[in-house]
Design a protein around this ligand. Structure first.
Ligand code: ATP
Ligand code: MG
Ligand code: MG
Length: 560
């Protein structure tokens, strides 16, 4: 995971170095600070940082903050935290907004060459005259303004003489180009809005497609890696570099974006979930954001192994969420102590265990990792077991507790069920059992065998705990419609996924954990015997009353 599998980008870089086209490799990860990073971004981060590193190169973190309306320092800070948490270190940190002056100067270069003009048409008119895949667009009536007039109008746009939408600056290329992106794209718009970095200094802002190649060139990026939805923009990317006469020439290469089943990976859609209160913030453990995955209990190693396996190609494919689960289990298997938690408690009284007495039993912390040592757990006359581990009238092949049956209590003794105590309505409220002192775990007892082993906690000393159980946010039948566009347009909010929300994505239950877990810390991870991996929640957990997030269950049908 600290290198990339064989891929086309590495091949290109190898050739570029061999031919002397470039001397060192510089990549960048360029998020727009308009939301929190998600698992798709983790792939882009990993590719940029890892590939550069493999060639002894370097990577910049650059905030692509050219749209003041949607951007915020909260997002800037969360992005930095997330990149670091994933384990990557940027060589340089930049804000695209720091280049506004140079971008403006480069626009003037274009105007002077007759390669850009101020258009008075409204955004609607511009859209309507852009043409279609089969029909060419129409020239704007303002297309042939003189250089002097364009220079004057552009300066007055900057000076704040016009209202939002009244004028734009457009590249002058070809309204009949088969590539619609080359039909005189807008490169500057008027926006009287306060910017998180530049404040009220500017009221004109460069469009993403114009700004991005300039940012890359200014920073000396050699290989500008992005997702395939930008492929049709590449000719304009190259046009901007050439026509603005940038001394350094970056090249854009596209890889396939990461799409996951039952998962939305679009900041816009994730923001909708946050804004509509469907989730409890960007870091809700159900969110595919880096911060949500972290709070859920997913590790950077699991995420990196996952994106490594997903690979780097141009193909558009959807990856099964179960593959991520697989790598989470793989990573936590040897790291997380294995303890016992009862999520749906049923009291068991061990009638032949002396009242007022208790003992400490030794339990190994991880049967697959002896280095994790042992702990002591108390055992006494009353314990809790899982309600589903008892049945009064069991079907055949039910090997857990039922009247007359004997099971093993993990790390403790065999117990046998003798009596079932019920309330007036007939609900089972207590089980009476006897234990056999001979059968103590670790004593080497071989007298007889039992088929079932169940987990338990000591009733007198167990610590009350909350368990938050998760399922995917989106139902299985949801068609992933995450094919993304350059989201500079307004109003195209894709809401259909909101009709496919899983009503059972969060279930909260109250139960008990072993006494030794009273003082667990946020982000401590455990494997609860037979339940799965759990992580201490960083928002709701309190000393003395831990709250655990289900990271992933133990069962897996997934095959690599
Ligand atoms: P979103 O569409 O979720 O808002 P974005 O593409 O607008 O994301 P940016 O902040 O512009 O997000 O993205 C930064 C980088 O992350 C870009 O280079 C983009 O190509 C990449 N990226 C975004 N989503 C994915 C994904 N699902 N898989 C791989 N790379 C991605
Ligand atoms: Mg974006
Ligand atoms: Mg996008």
């Amino acid at each position: 995971i600290n290198s990339t599998p064989p891929n086309f980008i590495k091949n290109i870089i190898t050739e570029d170095l061999a031919s002397g086209k470039v001397k060192e490799i510089v990549t960048r990860f360029p998020p727009e600070p308009n939301g929190y990073l998600h698992i798709g971004h983790a792939k882009a981060i990993w590719i940029n940082f890892t590939i550069a590193d493999e060639f002894g190169g370097r990577t910049h973190l650059r905030f692509d903050d050219t749209n003041p309306v949607k951007e915020d320092v909260e997002y800037v800070n969360s992005i930095k935290e997330d990149v670091k948490w994933l384990g990557f270190e940027w060589e340089e940190l930049h804000f695209a907004s720091d280049y506004f002056e140079e971008m403006y100067e480069r626009a003037i270069v274009l105007i002077k060459k007759g390669k850009a003009y101020v258009d008075d048409q409204s955004p609607d008119e511009i859209r309507a005259t852009r043409g279609t895949l089969t029909e060419p667009g129409q020239n704007s009536p303002y297309r042939d303004r003189s250089v002097e007039e364009n220079l004057d109008l552009f300066a007055r746009m900057r000076a704040g003489e016009f209202k939002d939408g009244e004028k734009v600056l457009r590249a002058k290329i070809d309204m009949a180009s088969p590539n619609i992106n080359l039909r005189d794209p807008v490169i500057y718009r008027i926006l009287h809005a306060t910017h998180h970095n530049t404040g009220d200094k500017w009221c004109i802002y460069p469009m993403y497609t114009y700004a991005h190649p300039l940012e890359d060139a200014i920073e000396g990026i050699t290989h500008s890696l992005c997702t395939t939805e930008f492929e049709d923009q590449r000719p304009f990317y190259d046009w901007v570099i050439e026509e603005t006469e940038m001394p350094s020439v970056p090249r854009q290469y596209e890889f396939g974006r990461l799409n996951l089943t039952q998962t939305v990976t679009s900041k816009r859609k994730l923001k909708l979930l946050v804004d509509e209160g469907i989730v409890d913030g960007w870091d809700d453990p159900r969110m595919p954001t880096i911060s949500g995955l972290r709070r859920r209990g997913v590790t950077p190693e699991a995420i990196k192994s996952f994106v490594f396996e997903a690979g780097i190609s141009k193909a558009y494919g959807e990856i099964d969420l179960k593959m991520l689960d697989h790598f989470i289990r793989e990573d936590l298997k040897l790291k997380a102590p294995r303890t016992m938690a009862v999520l749906d408690p049923l009291k068991v009284v061990i009638t032949n265990y002396p009242e007022g007495q208790s003992e400490m039993l030794e339990a190994e912390n991880n049967s697959e990792n002896p280095e994790m040592g042992h702990r002591q757990i108390p055992f006494s006359r009353e314990i809790y077991i899982e309600r589903e581990d008892f049945m009064e009238n069991p079907p055949s092949k039910y090997f857990r507790l039922f009247p007359g049956n004997e099971v093993r209590l993990k790390h403790a003794y065999f117990i046998k069920c003798n009596d079932v105590i019920k309330d007036e309505e007939g609900n089972v409220i207590e089980i009476h059992c006897t234990y056999d002192p001979e059968t103590k775990s670790g004593s080497g007892f071989t007298g007889r065998k039992v088929k079932g082993t169940i987990h338990w906690v000591d009733a007198a000393q167990a610590v009350p705990a909350e368990f938050r159980l998760y399922e995917p946010l989106i139902l299985e039948d949801q068609v992933n419609d995450d094919v993304d566009e350059l989201d500079e347009g307004e109003g195209a909010e894709e809401k259909t996924f909101m009709d496919h929300l899983n009503p059972n994505s969060l279930k909260v239950v109250q139960g008990f954990v072993e006494p030794g877990m009273k003082d667990v810390k946020p982000q401590d991870k455990f494997q609860f015997f037979r339940h799965g991996y759990f992580n201490v929640d960083s928002k709701y957990s309190k000393p003395g009353h831990p709250v655990f997030n289900l990271v992933v269950s133990l069962k897996s049908s997934f095959q690599l």
